[in-house]
Design a protein around this ligand. Structure first.
Ligand code: XLS
Ligand code: NI
Ligand code: NI
Length: 439
């Protein structure tokens, strides 16, 4: 196949057609990139990103079945295929109208038989990436290192009991940070692939956590040394592939970062399918991370509530996207992070156009979520009700508690004087009804 050949033939740049009918799924009906809402364009609020591994490396294989997705870019030697794949990806990003992409080092270029060979492969393919980026204006939202697929990492990378393996991971991350600098990545993600354990019998948890913290400190040092200006992100996940992953959920990661004095160097990349695997509701970790000023980016996907694993489906539920966007708008946006579609088409969705349909549907779902969230915020009804609910903390004894200057003796004196508090309704159903009004 010639280098300049089109991969998605017959598919034009996806237009915005708000009047399109129900069956027309190859246009945006809600996502209007340049429309300004609350002082920012939709594009800037949403900062969409396409992920490379699912959409361009995914084959549809699962533990029970062979590949079902036969892509036209998987041709020739591994290096030839890597170049075709990259060209196909940039054609896709451009036609979809998305400004960002994310990738692992090993999905961009094949692993060689030595570190040097892997690095040379990466140099060659990222030269092409740089060229395509400058031709199209498309940028890297984040880079990450694949520290979990190669057999050497079967017992973990930064938490491996063998320092030889940890050193390999360190060497790989060093190169990953160089690549991030070369391509101008705005963030760098650490997802703790196999950082956790399958059996507590063979595991020294305290040692492993300390090694992981020291590994992160090396990464921070190297980032500063090379003058790499990007946000470091940790992506929590409770299980899979390990039975216990150390980066269990948002609060575990925040606790880990604070314990080891790393909190000023990292934020969180929250993936809602991981949040639900941790037994929380969809929006939980987005809200918790944001409450601590630690929400950096979102791997926008969803699971299937009736399946207990990371199915990485495209997010299509408007209620979920509204809750996520409400949090994002309330914190003033996600920059330099974004909404990265860490999502894959089902192995039964075998047409090339399904890749477009999936992304367009998810982008429209988030655009609707954004519009709803902004109506909720601009109306101010829910915000006002919540503010009123906490109003006892704005004066008197409540204000002292708020400021942290109250004592238990003062609590006792207050109760002696005022007696029993009056019963106040929580009004859950009222809030739910009002929320539904905006959906
Ligand atoms: C796996 C993770 C992974 C990270 C990047 O469950 O979501 O895809 O986002 O390594
Ligand atoms: Ni992810
Ligand atoms: Ni995931």
């Amino acid at each position: 196949m010639a280098a300049q050949e089109e991969f998605f033939t017959g598919i034009p740049k996806i237009p915005y057609v708000p009047s399109a009918g129900a069956g027309d799924v190859m246009c945006f009906k809600h996502y209007h990139a340049e429309e300004v809402l609350m002082g920012k364009t939709m594009e800037d609020w949403l900062r969409f990103s396409v992920c490379y591994w699912h959409s361009f490396c995914g084959t549809g294989a699962d533990p029970f079945g062979s590949p079902t997705l036969h892509r036209p870019w998987n041709e020739g030697t591994p290096m030839e295929a890597a170049k075709l794949r990259l060209r196909a990806a940039f054609e896709f990003f451009t036609k979809l109208g998305v400004k960002y992409y994310t990738f692992h080092d090993r999905d961009m270029a094949p692993e060689g038989s030595t570190l040097e060979e892997s690095n040379r492969n990466l140099d060659e393919i990222t030269d092409l990436a740089l060229q395509l980026q400058s031709q199209t204006g498309i940028k890297v939202l984040w880079v990450t290192c694949n520290l979990f697929a190669h057999p050497r990492y079967m017992n973990g990378a930064a938490t491996n009991p063998d320092c030889h393996v940890l050193a390999y991971a360190g060497a790989q991350v060093k190169k990953g940070l160089d690549v991030a600098k070369k391509l101008g990545a705005e963030n760098f993600v650490f997802w703790g692939g196999r950082e956790g354990f399958l059996s507590i019998y063979n595991t020294d948890v305290a040692a492993e956590l300390k090694h992981m913290a020291n590994f992160f400190k090396m990464a921070v040092q190297y980032k500063e040394k090379i003058g790499l200006k990007c946000q470091f992100l940790i992506e929590p996940k409770p299980k899979e592939p390990c039975k216990h992953q150390y980066d269990y959920d948002a609060m575990s990661v925040i606790g880990f970062l604070k314990h080891y004095g790393l909190e000023s160097h990292f934020k969180l990349n929250i993936e809602p399918n991981h949040t639900t695997l941790a037994g929380h509701s969809y929006e939980h970790d987005v809200v918790m991370a944001s409450a601590f000023g630690m929400l950096g980016s979102v791997d926008s996907n969803t699971g299937s509530p009736d399946l207990g694993w990371d199915t990485d489906q495209f997010p299509m539920d408007i209620r979920n996207t509204t809750l996520v966007m409400k949090t994002i708008v309330e914190q003033g946006g996600l920059q330099p992070g974004g909404l990265n579609f860490d999502a894959k088409v089902r192995r039964e969705s075998t047409d090339l156009e399904d890749l477009f349909i999936a992304h367009i549907g998810a982008m429209d779902a988030f655009a609707r979520g954004l519009r709803h969230a902004i109506r909720i915020i601009e109306d101010g009804l829910i915000t006002g009700m919540v503010k009123e609910r906490y109003s006892s903390f704005s004066h008197g004894i409540g204000q002292k508690v708020e400021e942290g200057s109250a004592t238990l003796e003062e609590m006792e004196a207050f109760i002696t004087q005022k007696g029993e508090p009056k019963v106040t309704s929580g009004k859950q159903e009222k809030y739910e009804s009002i929320f539904n009004h905006y959906i």
